[in-house]
Design a protein around this ligand. Structure first.
Ligand SMILES: Nc1nc2c(c(=O)[nH]1)N[C@H]1C(S)=C(S)[C@@H](COP(=O)(O)OP(=O)(O)OC[C@H]3O[C@@H](n4cnc5c(N)ncnc54)[C@H](O)[C@@H]3O)O[C@H]1N2
Ligand code: MOO
Ligand SMILES: [Mg+2]
Length: 403
């Protein structure tokens, strides 16, 4: 077992266990939002499939309309119309025009369009008060070219990409099954919300913070409830869990006599590392139990969230082969001081303003103050042995993903 690792060393060991190989399933488009593509997708069509008009107006020959103005209008004969989806079958000749509607193919013979607001219709004729221009024609394949790959294995299906898959003509998509992530809370004092709270009890907040984080990272949370600080109870519950791709436990990984998670994993599994030189989350443990990777998250509510974000989220991204990074990094100016720690990388909670490029502390930074995660939107990263003064530039990790 390794111990007292740097954040970078710990992350490397965690990611080394994310071996991929998630099963692939095929879903209809409507169920694929938020999933990760398991195949490259080429367009089945050109879009537009021929030159089409980007405006409502009249298609004609540009050379016929040179010099058209309100004072010197040009008169063209209207020989037909082309609503979107109903192409004009004929050809536009000299001195002629076809009424076209946005999205309609530009009729043969025409090379320009004049907007309807620059015209006046008079029976079978139209008066043009401006020259027709080719700039309102969208060339064939402007958006998509048949056979070209626009979406790749590992791409997260965002709203725009789901629409793009549809525009390319795909109705069903091969995606990776969402990784199943077990969430087990440990602690004699931990009580499910809704039950009366005995003296010294604490409601099980970790399960629900982690559930949200797992969903946000593309995983499928499997709530395994809570067990007391008893090795048999921990093992028993894990036996009932069913197949998982990752197990998260919370609590029981520090130095206490009743910190049983560590003891169970030492005895029945293989501890890869314990303790990282960071704060919060210093007692983080990573193990294998059978073939199952286990992140033993420290019980303090902030610590369990921060360690999942820093290690669990990247693990799931790796497992899914995602092409986007698990989190972004940027610089912001500190509006408040942030305190570092000796020999440890520190992750303070802050309120980041992207508009101002600033970050301020959420206030009380104790690992037990969950409000700092509920109302903070960023982690402020302080290298070991470094405080940040007000006005200084600091490194920030937004807690909601910013590409
Ligand atoms: N002698 C030392 N004591 C502690 C050290 C240390 O280095 N030496 N490290 C501290 C740090 S840092 C942390 S973080 C915690 C980690 O503790 P555990 O992972 O062993 O967690 P517990 O002892 O079970 O609980 C800690 C704390 O969190 C509350 N908790 C636990 N589970 C939940 C839950 N599901 N929902 C809400 N709150 C929960 C629990 O009641 C405790 O208050 O150890 C320090 N100790
Ligand atoms: O490192 Mo503990 O995670 O501060 O509270
Ligand atoms: Mg403890």
């Amino acid at each position: 077992m390794r111990t007292n690792l740097s954040v970078e060393e710990a992350l490397e060991l965690v990611l080394a266990e994310a071996k991929g190989g998630l099963p692939v399933e095929e879903l209809p488009l409507r169920e694929a939002f938020g999933r990760v593509l398991a195949e490259d997708l080429a367009s089945l069509v050109d879009h537009p499939d021929q030159d089409d008009t980007a405006v409502d107006g009249y298609a004609c020959r540009a050379e016929d309309t040179l010099g058209a103005s309100p004072e010197t209008p040009v008169r063209l004969k209207v020989i037909g119309e082309a609503p979107a989806g109903r192409p004009f079958p004929g050809e536009v000749g000299r001195g002629e025009a076809v009424a076209v509607y946005t999205g309609a193919p530009v009729p043969k013979g025409a090379d320009a369009v004049v907007r309807v607001e620059d015209t006046r219709r008079e029976g079978d004729w139209v008066l043009l008060f401006a020259p027709a221009s080719p700039k309102d024609i969208r060339p064939k394949g402007d958006d998509l070219r048949r056979g070209e790959v626009y979406l790749r294995r590992g791409d997260l299906l965002t709203p725009g990409r789901l629409g793009l898959a549809a525009a390319m003509g795909h109705s069903r998509l091969k995606v990776f099954r969402r990784p199943r992530v077990g969430i087990l809370s440990t602690g004699d004092e931990v009580v499910e919300p809704g039950e009366p709270l005995p003296f010294g009890g604490v409601y099980n907040s970790n399960a629900y913070s982690l559930l949200g984080l797992v969903l946000e990272a593309g995983g499928e949370p499997v709530l395994l409830g809570k067990v007391p600080d008893d090795p048999e109870a921990v093992l028993g519950r894990l036996g009932e869990a069913g197949p998982l791709d990752l197990l998260l436990t919370s609590g029981g990984v520090s130095m206490g006599e009743y910190d049983v998670v560590r003891k169970v994993l030492e005895r029945h599994g293989e501890v890869v590392f314990w303790k990282v030189r960071q704060q919060p989350g210093g007692p983080l443990l990573f193990a294998r139990l059978g073939g199952l990777p286990v992140l033993g998250l420290p019980g303090n509510p902030v610590s369990s969230m921060v360690t999942f974000f820093l290690y669990g989220r990247p693990f799931l991204f790796w497992l899914l082969g995602r092409t986007d990074p698990p989190y972004g990094r940027l610089k912001a100016r500190a509006l408040t001081p942030f305190k570092g720690a000796k020999g440890k990388k520190v992750f303070r909670r802050g309120v980041l303003s992207l508009a101002e490029g600033t970050v301020r502390s959420t206030g009380n930074q104790s690992s037990g103050v969950l409000r700092s995660m509920a109302f903070g939107n960023a982690l402020v990263v302080l290298p070991p042995d470094q405080d940040a003064r007000e006005g200084e530039e600091v490194e920030v990790i937004p807690l909601t993903f910013v590409p």
